[in-house]
Design a protein around this ligand. Sequence first.
Ligand SMILES: [Mn+2]
Length: 405
Amino acid sequence: MTETVKILHVADLHLGASAYEKPGRPRLAEFLAAVDRTWDLAADEDVDAILVAGDVFDGYRPDAEVEREWAARVSRLIDEGVPLAVVPGNHDAPARRGAASHLDVYDRLRLESVHVFSLPDVKTLATRSGPLEVVGVPWPFRGKFFEPGESAVPADADITDQLEGILDDVIMPRLDSEIPTVLLAHLWLREGSLSSEKTFAVGPDPIIPASAVVRDEFAYAALGHLHRHQELPGTDGRAVYAGGLSRISFGDEGIPKGAVVAEVSTGGCSWRFVELPSRTFKTIAVEVETAEEAESKISDSIGAFDPADAVVRLLVRGPAAVLSELARRGLAAHFPGAFGFKAEFERTDEHRAGRPSIAEDATVAAALEQYAVDHRPPKGVKKEEVISAATELERRVEGESGGTG
Ligand SMILES: [Mn+2]
């Protein structure tokens, strides 16, 4: 009979992500607690190894605090005798050729039970249940670890070809058929679906077909990058995105977060997804004709939903004059105890050009709110950031003119 190795697969921790943070209320503790719960789950399940499929950090220059806390979590696994394998994701490393990831530090320390794949490679983990082969594929930055082809920027097809070549020529011949093998990769595989309904514009992310990397020799493919937990179609249920550990933004609204516990052998695998607690993101939409009816319509829409600790987005549709009245009043009071709140307005009446709708005595914040109602903010511009920067500027200017020097 063949040995069975039990693994825990997690991805996209994004330690250091700061969306919806407020002064004095950082989110790092929340993201770290999610890692701790995952490690607790691994201990409860008595797994033989933990595989992290990339995006440990939210940025390639993590704060010292973020790095220290990640190191503490790596250290816990060393103490518990659980081997850890990690592939850097697109958030973990700069795109520049030859640039290091902060995760590479753990590779250079040559820790016996900690394995980092800075390049595609195969490593054998010594687990309590016997050896486990891990084929690691870090995020394929265009031109980073692939030789550039004829064009300076390799196309997705070039990256796919080169990745297939590395697997065929370098990695697959080295596999031991007596040992269970898993793939650990941070990749955007074409068959996957995104966490949010929005489609991305063509960007720097190479998208490759699953068939290029999910080989028959792999009992299981532990994937990271797409923040929606899913089993990839056409892979006999062997290729799985863990789907992220924490809800970061509204793209994660309603999507379960957690880890996958899998049992793998040379004969195949079985796995199950374990949902772990994560912050609630909730969108509430209302349409109003008058400012007077807004209160009751919003209350009705909230219903039994408890906003405590949630991040709430209130979408209000209505005539511009009503929206600007509501923006002036502020709507956050409807959601006591919410961790984060934002209101978004969509006008239902025609925009009459040349009609100024910003009051002369409006504050900068109110004027920008109204501007955002009248005009769609340019792509990539976040209304909240502009308002917060403008408010800070206003505060500083006032502070200077009335300050004590
Ligand atoms: Mn990613």
